[in-house]
Design a protein around this ligand. Structure first.
Ligand code: SAJ
Length: 427
């Protein structure tokens, strides 16, 4: 099958780079997004997200006439849906969060209007098991004049597959091309055609499976990482109790040829690893003992950090009996969800800083070299300062993210301060 026009629905962190990759191969790409600002920015040859190298590729694609953005779908040969699949927030903390497929549903309903016999629809968004089949049902409900794999198997008019994205933010352009791709068609033909599509720009292998296994594979990758980080976080709490340096311990254990322990931190952030395990847990709650516990271990780590700061304040006041909490200056080093990025979404470092802002210390400082202003809810309670200014003014320094700038701080600058080092770079 040849693809003359490809449409990408959802022009965010995954959809836009994917659109750029197809367009860079001189294929006509129609990008669709409900956000008018994103559409206008892209049509002006610019990008509305932060991702290295992407701006140049988009400019070339738009200038060359290979990429245009719009707010509603137009006919194409293949549609790739890359919209958010968050979870529904729960009121009671003991409740299991459930996936929210409403963006997939509305994307499917809008694509259905322009579908024609022979088209391919791929769900790229990370999804709970069964979501691709559900998407196909939504499409079929809108278009009774067309046949779909759930009723017509290999003879269906429309091909459906799940091909999950697996790229690391900050390395998306390279990983989209080089990573192996999982291709989960609802039938063999669906898989074969989807693999042909990705082979336009993917240099990695396109490994074929069915839609449900592809969905579970993506969730398994991120859950595996969540469980491994939970092990490291649990070790850090155990070591703190036993007066052992967890970083040295992990380095030693990792000398074993078959051991590879990850790094502890202030908790797990971002919009993938802290979310995706819930998609498995909500489907099979009784079977998910380890995955569920790992989620809880990682989610509770920020609370442990707050307790460490409270103890540090008490230590400072007992050593400085003439002072009160109002005289203490605390600084948080790092707000992003991981090193060397500006992304604060679902960041444990940001949540810890927000909690500390309610404690009425004399001063609470934040150092985040990758942003120029604080989120609104912090701006009147916290001062955003430079590394050197925070080091000069603080009694207690809480290192939350291992940004490169913080690794360059000298031991001398940390003297006479109480240090809480969650990333093991100042210990
Ligand atoms: N983290 C630790 N210790 C570690 C590694 C990470 O505490 O040893 C923390 C980070 O600080 C961060 C969180 O985990 O808060 C997640 O960061 P990450 O770099 O592990 O992952 P993400 O969320 O940026 O991207 C992940 C990747 N998945 C895997 O590595 C299995 C990426 O390949 C996926 O495409 C992406 O999720 C996604 O979109 O699902």
């Amino acid at each position: 099958m040849s693809f003359n026009t490809i449409s990408i629905i959802g022009l965010g962190y995954i959809g836009l780079p994917t659109a750029a990759m197809f367009a860079s191969k001189k294929i006509k790409v129609i990008g669709v997004d409900v956000n008018q600002h994103a559409v206008d920015t892209i049509n002006a040859g610019k990008i509305h997200i932060v991702e290295p190298e992407l701006d140049v590729i988009i400019k070339k694609a738009v200038d060359g006439g290979f990429l245009k953005a719009t707010t509603s779908p137009e006919p194409a040969d293949a549609f790739l849906i890359a919209v958010p699949t968050p979870f529904l927030t729960v009121q009671d903390k003991d409740q299991i969060p459930k996936p929210d497929l409403s963006y997939v549903k509305s994307a499917a309903k809008s694509v259905a209007k322009v579908l024609k016999k022979g088209d391919l629809v791929i769900l790229e968004s990370t999804s709970p098991v069964g979501a691709t089949e559900q998407m196909s049902v939504w499409l079929a409900e809108e278009r009774p004049d067309l046949s779909f794999p759930q009723t017509h198997g290999e003879d269906s008019d429309i091909r459906i597959a799940h091909c999950p994205e697996r790229v690391l933010p900050g390395h998306v352009v390279r990983e989209l091309v080089d990573n192996d791709r999982i291709i989960g068609g609802m039938t063999n033909k669906c898989s074969k055609i989807s693999a042909q599509l990705y082979k336009i720009f993917v240099k990695g292998d396109c490994v074929v499976t069915n839609a449900r296994t592809a969905e579970m594979a993506k969730l398994t990758e991120n859950s595996s990482r969540d469980v491994s980080i939970a092990f490291a976080n649990e070790l850090s709490i155990i070591c703190d109790k036993l007066d052992i340096d967890v970083w040295e311990l992990i380095n030693l254990a990792n000398l074993h040829p078959r051991v590879k322990i990850l790094q502890p931190g202030p908790g797990v952030g971002g919009h993938c690893i802290a979310v995706d395990p819930w998609f498995i847990i909500s489907k099979t709650p009784n079977e998910c003992r380890l995955i569920h516990t790992a989620r809880q271990v990682n989610d509770q780590k920020p609370k442990w950090v707050i307790e460490k700061v409270k103890l540090a304040v008490a230590e400072f006041l007992s050593a400085n009996q003439n002072k009160t909490v109002k005289d203490v200056t605390v600084s948080c080093f790092g707000l992003a969800f991981k090193p060397n990025i500006d992304d604060l979404r679902e960041s444990p470092a940001l949540n810890i800083t927000s909690d500390l802002a309610t404690f009425n210390f004399g001063k609470l400082l934040a150092v985040e070299p990758n942003i120029s202003s604080l989120p609104k809810h912090l701006s009147d309670k916290v001062d955003l300062v430079s590394v050197s200014s925070a080091l000069k003014k603080s009694d207690i320094c809480v290192l939350l993210v291992d940004h490169t700038e913080f690794k360059m701080v000298s031991k001398n600058d940390l003297e006479n301060k109480i240090i809480i080092d969650l990333k093991g770079i100042w210990s």
